[in-house]
Design a protein around this ligand. Structure first.
Ligand code: ZN
Length: 515
């Protein structure tokens, strides 16, 4: 196992405001970052914003602002996701920052010097009022601009190109040698057939645009979209000169998390840009699916865009995070509805998990003044519960390594259910009535709490705030985010002799609307 882990979200375009899709990627990345810290790895987690380009330039002009002023305003909505959703990113990269100009310029200069970047001409359909190039496919019937619906004209402008065509064989060889580079599998097959179909060189500069990074030595051009945006993953670590030691430690990235619409750029363009510059490609790209809302496509015109800030306000960050990762297998599309979210919060978190801890603490308080009893040598039921805990720890690990969040959570809830069943079978409320069974009662409550402790540890990457509350209620002094599976994951970690509170409500029940 490598002892470092570098994970990224895509950089979010500032011409938008955060919605459920942004929250989803960021929460998934955060959960992986937290889980890998729990495994004792040194983690670097990067997120940020993509701030250049035509849309930002135009939106700013409409508002009478400089593009940078607009970006400065909108970026706070994305930066605010960090506290709102309990995100633990190590840095936040903005592509308008000087450090990013340095990284993109450096990469560009290397490929210009070795001949992989050359000056050519870009040909497309140009709309003069909109100052936009369109491809033939983007035009409306009759050759009209899709934005303003006026006729576009064929036009050519000088452009720098990246020699992508040269990298077809090397890319295919890289996919073959690294079967897990593109996940899920279906996406991998799409990319392989796309590359097998042949690659065209890629236009990577524009003279019709001013809001961007100037081409080194030819400032009439700015660098266009993906060459600029993708390089953020190197900038964030400190490439080229800001922190070369950190680049050495964490590059190549372990996982770029992306939406399925941008997988081609990450799996074809990005590794080719890097190969040209003599830098190793990332180890993995994982594409997740889309959310519909109450069965409908999410759109501004339908007014059904899910605002993550509203969700956190209404249900709390933990519940929203849990729902996103539990509801849909990662990589597949899913449907968001408040009703199913509330149902999951009540059934899984409040009833099954919250109640396990709460009712056990209640019985400990009533019968032992809240003092955790040292367990007596275990019987069969006790041993079975301990064995279940150990098997869940290892199956969670297997699922997390494959980004199977929903299956990891299902595994944890097998332990939650096993612990609740253990209580129902051992009937501690009956043991409490017989003074001769006091020792057995202490052991039963210890085992139930110990199972709960393991569940808290394993869920902490997904529901960090509630997990910390429950962890503290179990008398654990080191914050759950500061411990490791190696230090705290084995059965028997609960300390005997400590005094615990009589209850810990981590998940208040939510009123369900009548069907
Ligand atoms: Zn137009």
């Amino acid at each position: 196992m490598s002892d470092t882990f570098y994970i990224t979200t895509p950089i979010y375009y500032v011409n938008d405001v955060p919605h459920i899709g942004h929250a989803y990627t960021t929460v998934a990345a955060d959960t992986l970052a937290r889980y890998n810290r729990l495994k004792g790895r040194q983690v670097f987690f990067l997120t940020g914003t993509d701030e250049h380009g035509e849309k930002v330039q135009k939106s700013a002009a409409k508002l009478g602002l400089q593009p940078r002023e607009l970006a400065d305003r909108v970026v706070t909505r994305f930066q605010g996701l960090t506290p709102a959703l309990e995100i633990t990113n190590d840095d936040f990269i903005r592509t308008s920052e000087p450090r990013h100009y340095a990284a993109v310029s450096k990469l560009f200069e290397i490929s210009l010097a070795n001949g992989d970047i050359y000056l050519g001409a870009y040909e497309g359909w140009y709309c003069t009022p909109c100052e936009s190039f369109w491809t033939e496919l983007q035009l409306l019937d009759g050759g009209l601009c899709p934005d303003c619906k006026r006729p576009a004209e064929k036009r050519s402008e000088p452009s720098y190109f990246f020699r992508l065509s040269k990298y077809q064989d090397r890319l295919l060889a890289y996919y073959k040698a690294n079967p897990k580079f593109i996940r899920p599998e279906a996406r991998r097959n799409e990319i392989v057939s796309f590359v097998e179909g042949g690659l065209n060189d890629l236009s990577i500069s524009r003279t019709s645009l001013s809001w961007g990074i100037p081409v080194p030595g030819d400032p009439a051009h700015v660098i266009y979209v993906w060459y600029d945006a993708l390089t953020n993953y190197l900038t964030g670590l400190g490439y080229p000169d800001a922190n070369p030691a950190q680049v050495d430690t964490f590059w190549p990235a372990d996982i770029h998390l992306v939406g399925k619409d941008i997988i081609k750029f990450h799996c074809v363009y990005w590794p080719a840009f890097l190969m040209s510059a003599g830098i190793a490609p990332p180890k993995g790209v994982f594409a997740h699916g889309w959310w519909t809302v109450e069965g409908q496509k999410m759109s501004k015109s339908l007014g059904n865009v899910v605002d993550p800030y509203e969700m956190v306000e209404a249900y709390g960050a933990d519940a929203f995070r849990y729902f996103l990762l539990r509801e849909v297998p990662f990589g597949k599309d899913g449907d968001f509805s408040k009703k199913s979210m509330v149902h999951r919060i009540n059934a899984d978190l409040s009833n099954a998990f919250g109640n396990l801890l709460n009712r056990t603490l209640g019985m400990l308080g009533k019968n032992f003044g809240g003092v955790v009893q040292a367990p007596a040598p275990e019987g069969d039921l006790d041993a079975a519960l301990a064995a279940k805990a150990a098997s869940v720890v290892s199956s969670v690990d297997a699922h997390m390594n494959e980004l199977e969040f929903s299956r990891a959570l299902e595994s944890i809830w097998e332990l939650v259910d096993a612990a609740n069943k253990y209580i129902d079978t051992t009937e501690p409320w009956k043991l409490a009535k017989d003074p001769a069974m006091k020792g057995r009662l202490g052991t039963v409550l210890y085992n139930a709490l110990e199972a709960a402790r393991i569940c808290v540890l394993l869920t902490s990457p997904v529901i960090p705030a509630a997990a910390q509350k429950m962890w503290a209620a179990l008398g654990c002094d080191t914050p759950v985010a500061g411990t490791t599976l190696a230090a705290s994951g084995a059965w028997g970690g609960l300390e005997a002799g400590v005094t615990l509170e009589k209850s810990a409500i981590a998940f208040p029940r939510i009123e369900e609307e009548p069907a």
